[in-house]
Design a protein around this ligand. Structure first.
Ligand code: NAG
Ligand code: NAG
Length: 387
């Protein structure tokens, strides 16, 4: 009997200890009268503990510059940090009564996942580097260094061109720029035919060497070097020149005649430039020539773009030009300039002639676009431009 009373008493005490210590959520056990009292809400501190009932806890709001993030029975709020750790961090959230000042890495910095320090993003701006992935919140940018035989174009590694037979290197390929090739000057020096421009196809399929209007210093240097190398062969060249001079004189006479006839037909054409190329009554005779697309007027590219950008035919054209999808996907990002970018890139190829482009467009059945090139294939452009 005594034992059961003792056990019951023990249970009562244990229960009192355990049950009495815990209060419902949102309340705490006060110290002097053992009561369950309300906690103070976030953004407040307890200015006076409860005395008589659960709801007479007195709370006061945190003063400016201090905070309490949770329900609490603290007698004061915590101080906010007043600034971020250093210059590499910037404030993303100001101090408020319920949260401390929050900082994050500044622009152009990322948080190193190991040290948790902010570190500067690698810029991927070194020569011959391209950006593979951007700098993130917790990871640095990833750069790739292009191969030695590559140059960088639109953030892509592009293999450098090699000069073809019969061409010499004016400028070696550099990380920034493709190889620049120039045809060997096998015919007479340009000064002996000053009134003939490159836009003038010579009778037959040969093209007169172009007299460059503004050669860059690098080009001049390369030409000089080339001429020095040629010194040993001078005697042979002199002989050749004499023979060629004879031939050219003969050709020149022919040329003068063709120019004369063209000028006379042009006099009939006094309309606007546009109609000039098409106005000839006789059917236009298309002649294959080596006229480089890069030498065409800038508005030709723009007008081709007007025809091709909308239809995505530029993509098929890129296919014919052997461009991989890596390029087309890149250009697709700016659909209003896709054709321009394609042609701009392609025009740097040594085989990028107007005639080749004309054939591509015909193959795509884009006669409308192809017709824009006709003036360059019928030898009508130079005169029209001077009218
Ligand atoms: C406080 O609680 C008592 C009962 O515990 C209640 O009668 C009273 O209305 C409450 N006061 C407030 C302000 O909630
Ligand atoms: C923090 O406050 C300052 C001035 O009190 C203000 O200039 C700044 O824009 C604020 N920053 C944010 C992240 O709200």
């Amino acid at each position: 009997m005594r034992l059961s009373v003792f056990v019951a008493l023990l249970c009562f005490v244990a229960c009192g200890l355990v049950c009495g210590l815990s209060c419902p959520t949102g309340q705490f056990r006060s110290s002097v009268p053992r009561l369950c009292c309300n906690l103070c809400p976030a953004g407040h501190f307890m200015s006076k503990e409860c005395q008589t009932s659960a709801n007479d806890t007195q709370c006061s709001p945190c003063r400016s510059g201090t905070y309490n993030a949770k329900e609490n029975k603290d007698t004061a709020c915590r101080n906010c940090r007043t600034s971020c750790r250093d210059q590499k961090e910037t404030i993303v959230k100001n101090c408020s009564s319920i949260s401390d000042l929050q900082c994050d890495c500044s622009d152009d910095y990322y948080r190193d996942p190991h040290s948790l320090q902010c570190r500067k993003c690698t810029p991927c701006m070194k020569k011959g580097q391209v950006l593979v992935s951007r700098c993130g919140k917790y990871k640095d940018a990833v750069c790739k260094t292009c191969g030695k035989e590559d140059f960088v174009l639109n953030n892509l590694c592009v293999p450098c061109d090699r000069c073809h037979k019969g061409e010499f290197v004016v400028e070696e390929c550099s990380p920034k720029r493709n190889t620049v090739c120039r045809k060997l000057p096998t015919s007479t020096p340009p000064s002996s035919s000053p009134h003939i421009t490159s836009q003038e196809p010579v009778t037959g399929t040969k093209l007169v060497e172009r007299a460059d209007l503004n050669p860059t210093p690098a080009e001049i240097k390369a030409q000089k070097r080339f001429q020095d190398e040629m010194w040993g062969y001078r005697a042979v060249i002199m002989l050749l020149v004499l023979i060629i001079l004879g031939l050219v004189l003969h050709q020149k006479i022919n040329l003068c005649q063709t120019i004369k006839t063209k000028v006379t037909t042009l006099k009939k054409c006094s309309g606007p430039k546009e109609s000039c190329a098409v106005s000839a009554g006789t059917p236009l005779l298309i002649k294959e020539n080596n006229f480089k697309f890069s030498k065409t007027r800038a508005d030709v590219t723009e007008r081709l773009a007007m025809h091709l950008n909308a239809s995505k035919d530029w993509k098929r054209l890129a296919g014919l030009m052997n461009y991989s999808s890596v390029y087309t996907q890149n250009w697709e990002l700016t659909p209003c300039e896709a054709t321009q970018k394609l042609l701009q890139d392609w025009s740097q190829r040594s085989d990028a002639t107007v005639f080749t482009l004309y054939q591509f467009l015909k193959e795509l059945r884009r006669d409308d676009a192809a017709s824009l090139l006709l003036p360059y294939l019928t030898g009508q452009v130079p005169e029209c431009e001077t009218v």
